[in-house]
Every structure is written in structure tokens, then in C-alpha cells.
Ligand binder design. Sequence first.
Ligand SMILES: [Fe+2]
Length: 302
Amino acid sequence: MGCWRPRRLTHANLYVSDLDRAMAFYKTVVGLEEVYRRPAVKAGFLSNGNTHHDIGMVDVSSPLCRSGKPGLNHLAFETETEEDLVAGYRRAVAAGQVFPRTVDHDITRSIYGADPDGNAVEIYADTTKEWRTLRTGTVTKPTPAWTPGQPEPSRERLYHQAPEIRRVEDAVFHPRRIVQATLVARDFDGMLAFYTDVIGLGCKESSSDGAVLSGDCGQRDLVLLRNAAGLEPGLHHLRFEVDTMADLSHSERRAKSLGLALERSAPSAEGIVLRDPDGIRLRFQARDGGLASDPGAAPYLM
Ligand SMILES: [Fe+2]
């Protein structure tokens, strides 16, 4: 049992080498709507409505970019309530875990730390359901530090239980939401212990290749792959859920007609994989597609 018990993975935040180019790609190719930007820190956020953002991004020239290069900034997991978020934080601190950054984002309260491989992790609770009105266009509101527990944390479930999901019809792909991140672990045992014993995901499956971890909603939120030959430690890919194989097949034809390079092109069970302008692998998989079975698709099997 972990310090928290998150519901699910809700977003990935990326460092990008060119914010405008990346925002355009995620709108016109990936098929997410732009929700808002924070120009002061060169950040942008996109979503189809599942939560306030499925993808956040920060330009590498932003003062918020710690690494100075494109890649994963953080993965974010949502708790049931702010009360759960704060209780988990207290358990983590009591257990000697370090989560040095706690922030009031106005629509969420968020706690940031890092896993044993150095990938940043956010765990947060929504503090309002009104993100569509509070987060639109250009946002300039500051994001002050927050002391967990002050003010008294809410016991209300403030995520949308039946969100309106929008579809960007003109885009190449039509995902409903982000559903999974796959990390190649340098320290597999340490990573598995961190994401289960500290973050509080459950181990749904494990094999010689890695482990599938799941939040309370039961999705395959995080896959940890063992550091096998040929796999670089760090983010391997992000997976987006598409409604049907038929829609995915249509997207494949459209992608090919536009000359987009597809790393895995057959819209079979493991889906379609292509890279964003900074080389991040994005995988689109149909809800009705079943599980992959092609042994050549090893990093996509879990
Ligand atoms: Fe985040």
C-alpha cells in the first residue's frame, strides 16, 4: 500500500524545443484542443476534455525547464480528493520521502517529486470543476507555493466524472484521452518499489519484460520496462486511446497521405506509433483493438 492511491494517469508534461511548433503538431496531428497558454513561462496545455490537460508542454528556453533539452518533464497522477492528496503527502514525508515542490495551481493543488531514475512525478487533486472557464486563452495568474493542509483540504471529488470529450475533426488522429506512459527503467526494482510503495499504483501484471501498474480506475496507467538491450532509459512512449479500429485505419491513411513517418503503421492491436517534432513516441491504440501479440512489438506488448 502506497502513501497515495491515485485514480489514474492524467497528463504528461514535455519539454519542447519550439513551443509553437509542438502546440501546432499536437493540435493538427495528435488531435487535441488547445486549452490555454502561460506565455510568461512559455508553456501550453491541450486536452479533449477528460481533464484540463492531457499534454502540457514547456519550451526549453523557459525558466521552468530544468534540463535544458526536450523530453519528459513529468507524469501526473490524480487523487480522489484534496484530503487524500494531503494525507498521502503526510505519509510520504513521515516515511522519509522527498517531495520538495508543492504548488497551488488555482485549478489543482500539486505535489512534485522524482522517481529513482530521476523522472519527475506530479500527484495532484483538482480544486474546481470550472477549468474550462478558468483556463482558456492566455493565463497570467501566478502559481504560488502551497502548504499541504492549508487551508483545510476539501473532501469533495472535483474531477469530472462524466466529462464532455471533444473531437478535433480536422486532425489526423482522434484520441479521447491519454491513457498510459511507458518508461524504460534504469533501476527497475527501485522504480517498481517507488511507484507501488510510494505513489500507490497497483501491480496489475509483471513478467520478465517489466510490469504494468494501475491506479484505482483500473487502466494500464504506467508500464515499467526492464532496461533491455537497445532501449534507452526514460520515456519510451505515451499512449492515447482512440474509439475504434475503423477510426484508427482512417487516421493511418490520412497520416500516410500527408507523408508522416509512422514508426509502427499497421493499425493492429498495438496501434500506430509516430514521433512528435522532438522525437517523443506517441502511440494511438483503439479501445476495441485488444492486446498486441506481435513479438516484434516488444515495447508495446504491455
Ligand atoms: Fe503537470
